[in-house]
Design a protein around this ligand. Structure first.
Ligand SMILES: [Mg+2]
Ligand SMILES: [Zn+2]
Length: 200
């Protein structure tokens, strides 16, 4: 007897980086008109939704600590993304961001923290809030810090070549190894779904 996918994959999630992974990385994004969702992103997320996986965005937004934009802007961007995904029949279950940076200039944000990737703080928070099991989950991102995060929480790490991914691939980091490197989020989602099937 088959359980419905949502039961079958209870606790399994895909933690997605934001800039360079689901949208173009333009540096410090501070306005809604700078948001460009990659053309394959919504289809890829919908496929993950349909497989019963939770999809959670995990993003470093040091621009807050540097005084380039406020937390309000970050939240506005996420609301904007939520509507765009909704319009395409896809869903991001939650967004978590780190507004800190040790070299920042804004009081309260200019500090070291446990949530700036590759530190595991945001994934741990998401896991608590949503009942997720990071060790059964995946992290997809365009930087080695995303793969470092995957390693820190015991998830599988997928490096995409969009954003900084191609240059990251050309500059390997000792001790940081992706489970796979793929062209973009569409290929990442396909790989994840194949690997789910083999695990069942
Ligand atoms: Mg990125
Ligand atoms: Zn932080």
């Amino acid at each position: 007897m088959k359980s419905p996918p949502t039961r079958l994959r209870q606790g399994q999630a895909v933690f997605l980086d934001r800039d360079g992974t689901i949208i173009k990385d333009i540096g410090y994004l501070s306005r809604l008109d700078q948001v460009t969702i990659y053309p394959w992103t919504i289809d890829a997320v919908r496929a993950l939704n349909r497989a019963g996986l939770r999809v959670v965005v995990i993003t470093n937004q040091a621009g807050v600590a540097r005084g380039y934009f406020s937390e309000q802007v970050v939240e506005d961007v996420h609301r904007h993304l939520t509507s765009a995904f909704e319009a395409g029949g896809a869903r991001i279950d939650a967004y978590y961001y780190c507004p800190h940076h040790p070299d920042g200039s804004v009081e309260g944000y200019a500090k070291g923290c446990g949530c700036r990737k590759p530190a595991p703080g945001l994934v741990e928070r998401a896991a608590r809030d949503l009942g997720l099991d990071p060790a059964q989950s995946f992290v997809v991102g365009d930087k080695w810090i995303d793969i470092g995060l995957a390693q820190a929480v015991g998830a599988r790490g997928v490096l995409v070549r969009t954003g900084y991914g191609a240059s990251e691939e050309a500059n390997p980091r000792p001790g940081v190894k992706a489970d796979i490197v793929v062209d973009n989020l569409a290929a990442a989602a396909s790989w994840i779904l194949l690997n789910l099937q083999s695990a069942i």
